[in-house]
Each structure stands twice: as structure tokens, then as C-alpha cells.
Design a protein around this ligand. Structure first.
Ligand code: OSB
Ligand code: MG
Length: 380
């Protein structure tokens, strides 16, 4: 029985080792909202809200998420009993539109608490079956094709099983060509446009068909399911949708319309684990592969993603790079690592997320804190 009494929100700031550029903007520091949830039985769990500082990827930001959690979402959970965390998403969604990343942070924290109560690894609580998951890397937009090719080569040599390069108009065909030429024809290569194109660019995008990409991710706008279907008919490269898939309904629409052939599931984008699992299941039935995307998470969000990626239909490498790719030092121990075959171990030895939050470090990085819920328990 889940019965959350208290949610402690905090904001930490974590500088990225190097700026990450996508078509809609640059990230150089992550302002991260962390949640620590406490159940009536004393069990605690952690989650991370993946919203960015600016509304560049989706409408949410860390500040809107903080407000949504404090004002509307935490009160739907605190002091309410749930048989199982799978019931939380519906309770958060009744008459509350949008705010998926805020909902996900609360809901995924509930799954972590539920897993700890049952003494289960989060992976197994979710229905995961793998004990290691294949990892890809997402490389930001670089100044020149040669610089990108050099990055891609270094990543391939490290063992990554999939290389994704960010593209935008003016940094696309020549950049992908340089990477393909450097890596050879066998390496799993893909491009992610983060909605930078319109259907008027279809002929231009069709030039990418020459490079044998395993997919092109989110070429058009997030609401462009019909236009993506038109574009897919013009491309031999499979389209993978990211921003467009905000819930299971959009996944069903994508399948019905033929808007894409692969789905990137980010649990934050879709409102949490119940929604992710529903999308996973719908895609599995339709023969659509899924993989787990990333939002430059700290080690806490990464733990949630790795657990999700251990489900059976996550059949392509996820954007699950190890801690050292992003941070000088992560906020969990052990840090996330990848072996020479590009695999990340799913923690199965302990309950919940399976990594320990470095509280001293988190305290040192905290710039804002707010406790919601039981005053009696809110003494720290
Ligand atoms: O579209 O997947 C994306 C990073 C910021 C914004 C959007 C995206 C990304 C990534 C990073 O691709 C993936 C990662 O966490 O390594
Ligand atoms: Mg993407």
C-alpha cells in the first residue's frame, strides 16, 4: 500500500562538462528538480523532473513543474492511499491537462517507493526482464562536419552501440555524410532534428536516405502527426517520433496514420512509467520497436531510465550514456558506467533505483528547497 506523506522538492545546479547544442537551443548547465518522497511506513524514494530551464523542447520548465507539483499534483498523492503505483497517473491526470514532466516526477517517485516497499529492483517492479541494456550516445550539433565525425569516431571507439547526431537546417546532409564516411557502412547511425524542419523540406530530407540511417528522429513539429505520415511516405529511412508522442493516444495515432516506424520513449515526456508501459505495449503489439531517450539526467533520472529500458520491447540502444559523459561528478554512487560492448548493467542487487544518492553532495548543490506535506515529518 502506497501512502505518501511528504514530498521534498529541491533544485540543484549541475554544470555539463561541455555545452549540448540541439536545433532549438544550447544547454550548458542543468537546473534539476529532485524529489524525495516519504511514505507513512517510513519508506523513502527519489525521482527527478526532467524539464529544462527554458521551454525549448516542450512547454514545461523546471519552474512550471515546481509550481504544478506544489499546487496541483503533490496534493493528489499526499495522504491518499494507492494499492499500486500504477494507479497514480490516472489520479494525477483527472482534470489536469499537460504538465507531463511534473506528473512523471511524482509518479516515478511513487514507483520507486513501491519497489522499495516490495523489496524489488525498480526494473523488476516495472516488468523489466534484461540485466543489461545497450547504450547509444547523442552528440550535439558541432561547428563543422569534420568536428562531428571526430566526435562520432571517438564515441564508436568507446563502445557505444548507436551513434545519434543532432541536425538542423544548414548542419545536416554534409554532417551526416562525414560521419558515415568516417564510421563505415555498418555502424548504427541516426539523426535527430528536434522539430527543425517542415514538410517543405521533404526533398532535402530525402537526401539523408543515401546514408543508411537506422532512423531520423522528430524531423517535424510535435503536433505534426499527419505531416510526419506524409513525410514518411517520401522517405525510405524510418521516422522515429520523440516530441510528438506525449502519451499512448499519440502512439496509437502514429501507428494508425503511419507517421513513424519507431518510438523514442522518455518517461518524463509521457507522464511517467504507467504511460511509458502502455506505449511500450501498444508498440509491441504493432511490431514497432521502442528505445529509451534521455534528457541529460543526473544519476537519479538515469536510474529510472535504465530500469524502464530493461523491458522486452526496448529493442534498440537507448540514450543512456554513463555519468562521465555529462558530469565531472554525478550525484549517485556508484556512478553509471558502460562496458566496452556499450552495455549498462541494470542494478538488481537492491530495492528501488539501485544506486545511492550522495546526500552530502546533493545538499551542497541545492539552491532551493521546499517541503510539501506532513509538517510532523517535515523537520529536516
Ligand atoms: O531530443 O532526445 C532529444 C537532449 C536534450 C533535448 C532533447 C534531446 C536530448 C538528447 C540527449 O538527445 C540524450 C541524453 O540524455 O544523452
Ligand atoms: Mg529527440
Amino acid at each position: 500500500m502506497l501512502n505518501i506523506q511528504r514530498i521534498a522538492l529541491r533544485e540543484i545546479r549541475l554544470p555539463l562538462k561541455e555545452p549540448f547544442r540541439i536545433s532549438s537551443g544550447v544547454l550548458s548547465e542543468r537546473r534539476i528538480c529532485l524529489l524525495e518522497l516519504t511514505d507513512a511506513d517510513g519508506t523513502t524514494g527519489w525521482s527527478e523532473c526532467v524539464a529544462f530551464e527554458q521551454p525549448m523542447y516542450s512547454a514545461e520548465t523546471i519552474d512550471t513543474a515546481w509550481l504544478a507539483i506544489r499546487e496541483w499534483l503533490a496534493p493528489r498523492v499526499i495522504g491518499h492511499a494507492f494499492e499500486h503505483p500504477s494507479a497514480v497517473f490516472a489520479a494525477l491526470s483527472r482534470n489536469i491537462c499537460g504538465h507531463n514532466m511534473a506528473k512523471a516526477a511524482v509518479e516515478m517517485g511513487c514507483w520507486e517507493v513501491g519497489a522499495r516497499q516490495r523489496k524489488l529492483p525498480l526494473s523488476r517492479m516495472l516488468g523489466g526482464t534484461r540485466d543489461r541494456v545497450p547504450t547509444g550516445i547523442s552528440i550535439g550539433i558541432q561547428a563543422t562536419p569534420a568536428a562531428l565525425a571526430e566526435r562520432a569516431k571517438a564515441a564508436y571507439d568507446q563502445g557505444y552501440g548507436k551513434i545519434k547526431v543532432k541536425i538542423q537546417p544548414g548542419a545536416d546532409v554534409a554532417f551526416v555524410a562525414a560521419v558515415r564516411e568516417t564510421l563505415g557502412s555498418k555502424v548504427h547511425l541516426m539523426a535527430d532534428a528536434n522539430s527543425a524542419y517542415t514538410l517543405a523540406d521533404a526533398d532535402h530530407l530525402a537526401k539523408l536516405d543515401a546514408f543508411g540511417l537506422i532512423m531520423i528522429e522528430q524531423p517535424l513539429g510535435r503536433d505534426d502527426l499527419v505531416r510526419h505520415a506524409a513525410l514518411q511516405r517520401r522517405l525510405s529511412t524510418p521516422i522515429c517520433l520523440d516530441e510528438s508522442i506525449t502519451g499512448v493516444d499519440q502512439a496509437e495515432d502514429m501507428i494508425a496514420l503511419g507517421s513513424g516506424r519507431i518510438v523514442n520513449i522518455k518517461p518524463g515526456r509521457v507522464g511517467g512509467f504507467a504511460s511509458s508501459k502502455a506505449i511500450h505495449d501498444v508498440c509491441e503489439r504493432a511490431g514497432i520497436p521502442v528505445w529509451c531517450g534521455g534528457m541529460l539526467e543526473s544519476g537519479i533520472g538515469r536510474a529510472h531510465n535504465v530500469a524502464l529500458a530493461s523491458l522486452p520491447n526496448f529493442s534498440l540502444p537507448g540514450d543512456l550514456s554513463p555519468s562521465a559523459r555529462y558530469w565531472e561528478q554525478d550525484i549517485v554512487t556508484p556512478e553509471w558506467t558502460m562496458d566496452v560492448d556499450g552495455m549498462v548493467q541494470v542494478p538488481l542487487d537492491g530495492p528501488g533505483i539501485g544506486v545511492t544518492v550522495d546526500l552530502d553532495r546533493v545538499d551542497g548543490l541545492t539552491v532551493r528547497r521546499e517541503v510539501i506535506g506532513s509538517a510532523k515529518m517535515a523537520t529536516v
